[in-house]
Structure formats: structure tokens, C-alpha cells
Design a protein around this ligand. Structure first.
Ligand code: FEO
Ligand code: CA
Ligand code: CA
Ligand code: CA
Length: 542
């Protein structure tokens, strides 16, 4: 079937102006509550951080730091609009709530306890939440409440398990995330190196880790999806239940990927999908200048992935190409532990830091490319040298299917502001301008939302205000500012109650007095999940 034309999903809220300040600002008629901050209790019986540092065992049981990607899951037999599970990534420690000196953490000199504390602050929290008298709260002492940390042992699945080993200690840099049609959570490791604990083998990191929010199946690193600086995942589901997983490598520069499992998802048997992500085909994207694109198969023996392959390296940052590096791909495990090089050898396009990807109900795919200051060599999909403000691409899979090996793409928008002086900074956003798009998500009613992670320097905030969240019209490309975060933060993470009356959003690494200034306590600034609702109880944006 051909791809349908894009649809203009209107929003009814009145956009808010750019601003700085130590608060979360939402449009008139909307409310904001703080739900879950770094150090809040997770595991049943845990004591929350309340200003006095906990011990290592205590930190394993409370929320980690730098809340990032997240997803809401239904609990069997419960109404997910009032009682659900939230799986939330912790990208990095909120070191200001850890032991004294954590901000200057040095793994070479840290004590075993200090190392354990820092590693407890990354990973994932799973919390049960419920809406009582109209207000969402964390259900204390729920048996579902669980932490997955940098100290937890993870299973390893897929072809690279032969090189990685059957288990790995720790997950790290749990940046953004995605869900699967079979109800699991995919937390993405945005580093290929455990820099918090260099004693761990390097090939253990840089994977997508599958977590069952219901806690039934063991958390497993899915090596078939490749090893790189994973940002998030988003899936496209065909009518025959083939699910493609889209992914980006947030490297300067990095490639865009797709994984197509060899088996279809079984909607009637949850356990049958347990290891679906262990076998399939990994592809990297080539964006051609004429608006066509190809998915290049990253399979050993194809597309140059052989012993003695010549990796062209990062040729985008200098006028003179670097000398190629001989790289051996003798097995599929070699391809998967060295996926970035495999994509370059195959001829994939080096992109301006792929961040989030999202797939709409109409199967249109949008991806943010946050910025890439060092770029010298441009191409059609990365058209600006010294790309300070980033851009967004949109593509349609040929045949509108997850199994496509070709696609059509376009630059959806160039971020920046018309008031800025030079062509590479101006951008072409209609309406409220922004820099450095990062989080992006299409909600179940089709509305497209983008969140920013721009520099928080005065020179940037004087143009764009604090980091914020915007609605983007998919036809007019008009941007309308929906939410502005407190000083120093980035805005990330986006999930919803199924009826869309609640949006959950993450405020990451605030630096002022938020959220203590709304919670009425004297705690340091903390990353937190917030709840945004309309006062009239209708769906957000509608
Ligand atoms: Fe963790 Fe690329 O953002
Ligand atoms: Ca990000
Ligand atoms: Ca970012
Ligand atoms: Ca971040």
C-alpha cells in the first residue's frame, strides 16, 4: 500500500512564551504535579532520601538520577487510566544526593561502597502508580516496585553472547527507551564503555536491555540489536505482526538502524515473545540525495562485512578523509560488538547525532538529530556544516511496511531561529523556535511532540528560553510551545495514560531550587517525573 499523506492534528491549547526561571510552566487550563524524584522510595519498605545520605543498600532501593525515557504499562485486570506501572530510565546519577564527594567520583580511587552507590543511581525504576481523588501517586510497597541498577546481573541473548558471555554485571547510561508490542520495556545503553566501573569487560555495554515490567522474565541484553550509543527505540507493527525496531546511535556522528525479528509477535501468548529479539536482521540506513533511502543489511559476509574490511571512520569532520582502519568481521558476533564500524563499512550515512525516533499511527517515522558542531562534510540528510541547532527527518517505508528495505525521506524541519545571524543557525521552524530537538513522540491520537536538550548557557536561553516541549503540526510544521522546564534542565521522557488525560514527562538535571520550591522542602535540586493534566480532565492537546 502507498504511504498516506500526513495529517494535521490540531491542538487547542494556547502556546506559551519562551522563558527562564525555576519552575515548570504549562498552558492556561493545565496543571503540573511532581510524581517521582531522584531518591524517592521504590522497593517495598525502602526509606526515601530525605537530606541525609543513605548507605549503599539504601540507594539500591530508591529512585536513581537523571530520569529519561519511560513508558506506562497496564497491570492485568486493572484500568491503566487510574492504576498502572511506569518504567523509568535513570541515565546518570544525581550526584548531589549521594555521598559527599560523589560529584568528583573517580572509579580508580572510589571505595567499593562509593562505587556501589554511584552504580545504584543508574538503570531503571519500575513503580506502580495510581490516581486517587484525581491525583497520581506512587503506590508505596507495591510488589511490582523494583530497581534494575548498575550492580544488577543481566542475562545476555542473541548472537554476540558468544563474545560477551552469558551474563553481565550492570546496565549504564540508560538514556531513552521504548516498548514492544508484547509489553516489555527496552532500556537503551548510551555508552559502549562502563566508565563508572572500568573493571567490567567493555563489550558488556552499549546494548538494548529488555525488561519485563511485570518482573516475570529476567532482564536481558539483546545483542542482535547491535552495540552502539543507543538513544531510544520505537516499533512499527505490520498487520501480520512483524515488528520492526528503529534505533539511533547518538554519536558525533552516528547512524540510524532498524532490526526486524525473524519471527512474528504472538499477541495471544506473552511467553512466546520472550526471546523474539534474539534473532533477526539488523540494518543501517543510507539516505540518498534524491530523497530515496536504503536499509543496508548488517549481516556477516554481506555489504563488505568480512575479514579485512576497511572502516572509513568519521570522514565528516575534516576536509581530508582519515586513513581507513582494517576491521575484521569474521562472525555475526563481530558485526554486533562493532556495529558502528559495520554500518560505516556497509555505506550507511553518518548523521548529526541521532536521538529519538517515533512511529505514528500512519507509520510515518520521525527522528531527531540534535546537533553536530564539528561537521565539515555535509550531505542531503545532514545539510548544515557546524549544525548547532539540529534538525528533524521524516520517512515513509516503501510499501508502508516494517519489512521494507527502501524508503522515502525528507528534512521535516531545520531547528534554529530566524533572529540568528548565520544561515546554519537560522532554521526554518514555523512558530515557536527551538534548538537541539531530542525527545520526540507521536501520541496515540497522532499528535507529534518534541522535547529539547539545548545548551543552558545564557547565550542560548536568551534566544530559546529554558529547555521546553513543543507540539509540531505534521502538515504546516507549525511549532507551539507547550511546556517550559526549570533552570538548567533538559526535557525528556514522554508517556501517557491510554486515555491521554495524563502526560508523564521528565525534568532531567535541574540546577536551581526545583522541585524543592514546589514540594516545600530543603532538598537539593533533583531530576523528577512530572504529571501534566488538563483542569477539565480532557485529553492533553485535544
Ligand atoms: Fe542521553 Fe542522546 O541523550
Ligand atoms: Ca536524549
Ligand atoms: Ca541530548
Ligand atoms: Ca541527558
Amino acid at each position: 500500500p502507498p504511504s498516506p499523506p500526513p495529517v494535521s492534528y490540531a491542538v487547542t491549547f494556547k502556546g506559551i512564551p519562551a522563558s527562564v526561571g525555576d519552575q515548570v510552566t504549562v498552558p492556561e487550563g493545565y496543571t503540573m504535579d511532581v510524581l517521582f524524584a531522584a531518591g524517592d522510595a521504590v522497593v517495598a519498605g525502602a526509606a526515601a532520601y530525605a537530606g541525609t545520605p543513605l548507605d549503599a543498600a539504601g540507594y539500591e532501593q530508591v529512585a536513581g538520577g537523571n530520569h529519561d525515557g519511560m513508558h506506562l504499562y497496564a497491570i492485568p485486570g486493572k484500568d491503566p487510566n487510574t492504576n498502572a506501572l511506569l518504567a523509568i530510565n535513570h541515565e546518570a546519577p544525581d550526584s548531589q544526593i549521594l555521598y559527599t564527594g560523589a560529584a568528583s567520583y573517580n572509579p580508580a580511587t572510589a571505595t567499593a561502597d562509593q562505587k556501589k552507590i554511584v552504580l545504584s543511581s543508574v538503570g531503571v525504576s519500575v513503580i506502580e502508580i495510581e490516581r486517587i481523588d484525581g491525583k497520581w501517586t506512587v503506590k508505596r510497597n507495591s510488589a511490582f516496585n523494583k530497581r534494575y541498577t548498575g550492580n544488577t546481573v543481566y542475562q545476555v541473548g542473541g548472537p554476540a553472547a558468544t563474545l560477551v558471555g552469558p551474563t553481565v554485571v550492570g546496565t549504564l547510561n540508560n538514556c531513552a527507551s521504548g516498548s514492544t508490542p508484547w509489553g516489555t520495556y527496552l532500556t537503551c545503553e548510551e555508552t559502549t564503555d562502563n566508565y563508572l566501573d572500568p573493571s567490567q569487560p567493555e563489550v558488556g555495554y552499549g546494548w538494548v536491555v529488555e525488561i519485563d515490567p511485570q518482573g516475570t522474565f529476567p532482564a536481558t541484553k539483546r545483542t542482535a540489536l547491535g552495540r552502539f550509543d543507543h538513544e531510544n527505540t520505537a516499533y512499527m507493527l505490520d498487520a501480520d505482526n512483524t515488528a520492526a525496531i528503529y534505533m539511533g546511535d547518538d554519536s558525533t556522528p552516528g547512524c540510524v538502524y532498524k532490526f526486524v525479528p525473524s519471527a512474528r509477535y504472538n499477541p495471544d501468548d506473552r511467553a512466546a515473545n520472550r526471546n523474539l529479539l534474539d534473532s533477526g536482521t539488523l540494518y543501517a540506513a543510507k539516505f540518498n540525495a534524491d530523497g530515496t533511502g536504503q536499509w543496508l543489511e548488517l549481516t556477516q559476509g554481506r555489504n563488505g562485512l568480512v575479514t579485512g574490511a576497511q572502516d572509513p571512520g568519521n570522514y565528516t569532520q575534516s576536509a581530508v578523509a582519515p586513513a581507513p582502519v582494517t576491521t575484521n568481521f569474521a562472525t555475526q558476533a563481530d558485526v554486533l560488538v562493532n556495529t558502528k564500524a559495520a554500518a560505516r563499512v556497509a555505506g550507511a550515512t553518518l548523521m548529526d547525532r541521532p536521538e529519538w525516533v517515533t512511529v505514528g499511527p500512519d507509520k510515518k517515522v520521525y527522528m531527531t538529530f540534535t546537533n553536530n558542531g564539528p561537521r565539515v562534510q555535509t550531505d542531503a540528510a545532514n545539510p548544515r556544516p557546524n549544525n548547532s541547532h539540529g534538525h528533524v527527518l521524516r520517512w515513509d517505508e516503501d510499501g508502508n511496511t516494517a519489512k521494507a528495505t527502501t524508503f522515502k525521506w525528507e528534512v521535516f524541519l531545520l531547528a534554529g531561529d530566524p533572529r540568528l545571524a548565520t544561515a546554519n543557525l537560522k532554521g526554518n521552524i514555523v512558530g515557536d523556535t527551538f534548538s537541539s530537538p531530542d525527545g520526540i513522540g507521536i501520541d496515540p491520537q497522532g499528535r507529534l511532540w518534541v522535547e529539547t536538550d539545548a545548551s543552558t548557557s545564557a547565550s542560548t536561553t536568551s534566544t530559546f528560553g529554558n529547555n521546553a516541549m513543543y507540539h509540531l503540526d505534521q502538515v504546516t510544521r507549525r511549532s507551539t510551545r507547550f511546556l517550559v522546564g526549570p533552570n538548567g534542565c533538559e526535557i525528556t521522557g514522554l508517556t501517557y495514560s491510554p486515555d491521554l488525560t495524563t502526560f508523564f514527562i521528565n525534568i532531567q538535571h535541574p540546577t536551581g531550587t526545583w522541585p524543592s520550591n514546589v514540594q516545600g522542602n530543603a532538598l537539593p535540586p533533583r531530576s523528577a517525573t512530572i504529571v501534566v493534566r488538563r483542569s477539565d480532565g480532557k485529553p492533553v492537546g485535544a
